[in-house]
Write a protein that binds this ligand. Structure first.
Ligand code: FMN
Length: 336
């Protein structure tokens, strides 16, 4: 870390909290963030996070064990709050002594933060607004991620630069805040660290690393894409609230519109309730992402990607990506 002394100083709180060499998280990406990528990130000094997604407790158990067999460095597990077996998944994390659990996909249900902490792990939550950030911290969150709409996957409505300006001056002195969304180079990391962030989270930049098991055609689609190709899904009907998803434009983008029409039809005919309709939409995304990441169907699957995809040009080992980010960050801080 000596060669990155200015960055190290600004990342110190984040590194102490994560137990990693650099305060750079690789955000959980469903199907992509499994044992190979997660262990590679942690072995390279970053902080890998397993994407539990829709996994059963048994599958998560196997994935954590597999990751442990590939690294002795700390890593985290990302759990989706609406998972019907959330508390069983928390138990699995506790049994493995996982140090950090990230709760994603909405407000943590009652008792979940307490259950994670009782098991000895630290809790990281996503904070979409300043008011909610304060509430999450009062409820026991140990650290926050603020993620702007430039990010890949499910997104909120506000950009990273605005969220950072709204939240960091209020929170960063006393709390641990990691910034995510649209980060492709180290100069941007330097900027957020100077504003008070204790670290950053990136997804898109790591999705096509050499160690990522994503299908070669998924990776090729990323290398070809420009920032403007990573577009957000549209909500067809105000009655069915769908969380926008950022992905590369393809036939799958149109298929999602058709899927919404189908689910709206079921709602109109009162065949399903709203909660079930929303779950159907989320299952659709999980399936579509799998088709692209695992099967390599880049036409019909979902190519979830952030706007920083334009800066992803070739397959590179995780260690090289992290070294490049740290060098850019350090040079930017040195030039100040
Ligand atoms: C392919 C893909 C899948 C993702 N899946 C998840 C997920 O399952 N859970 C989650 O909390 N975030 C997910 N994300 C968001 C990332 O964890 C991360 O926060 C985001 O990619 C950061 O922004 P960036 O893409 O601009 O770097 C996903 C992102 C991508 C690109």
């Amino acid at each position: 870390m000596n060669s990155y002394s200015k960055s190290a100083t600004l990342m110190q709180r984040g590194c102490d909290f994560l137990g990693s060499q650099y305060a750079i998280l690789c955000g959980a990406m469903s199907w992509v963030s499994e044992r190979n990528l997660v262990s590679a990130i942690s072995n390279a000094g970053g902080f890998g996070v397993i994407a539990c997604g829709a996994m059963t407790p048994d599958l998560l158990d196997g994935e954590i064990a597999g990751t442990k067999s590939l690294t002795d460095k700390p890593f985290g597990v990302n759990l989706i709050t609406m998972h019907p077996q959330l508390f069983d998944l928390i138990d699995v994390c506790t049994q493995h002594g996982v140090g950090h659990v990230v709760l994603a996909g909405g407000i943590p249900p009652k008792g979940s933060v307490e259950a994670i902490k009782a098991g000895g792990a630290k809790v990281i939550c996503f904070a979409p607004t300043l008011a909610l950030a304060k509430k999450l911290l009062r409820s026991g969150a140990d650290a926050l991620v603020i993620e702007g709409m430039e990010a890949g996957g499910h997104i909120g409505p506000v950009s990273t630069s605005v969220l950072a300006q709204e939240m960091l001056p209020e929170l960063a002195a006393e709390h641990l805040v990691f910034v995510a969304g649209g980060i492709g180079r180290g100069e941007a990391i330097a900027g957020y660290l100077e504003m008070g962030a204790c670290g950053v989270q990136l997804g898109t930049r790591f999705a096509c690393a050499t160690e990522s098991i994503a299908h070669p055609d998924f990776k090729k689609a990323f290398f070809r894409a420009n920032s403007r190709d990573a577009i957000t899904s549209v909500q067809l009907d105000p009655r069915l609230p769908v969380i926008p998803v950022r992905a590369l434009r393809n036939k799958g983008t149109e298929a999602f519109t058709a899927k919404q029409r189908e689910v709206m039809g079921s709602l109109d005919r009162e065949e399903v309730a709203m909660a079930e309709a929303q779950l159907q939409i989320e299952h659709y995304w999980a399936g579509a992402l799998r088709r692209a990441v695992i099967d390599g169907d880049v036409e019909n699957g979902s190519l979830m990607a952030g706007q920083s995809v334009g800066m992803v040009k070739a397959e590179e080992p995780v260690a090289d990506i992290i070294a490049q980010l740290m060098q850019e960050c350090e040079s930017a801080l040195t030039r100040r």
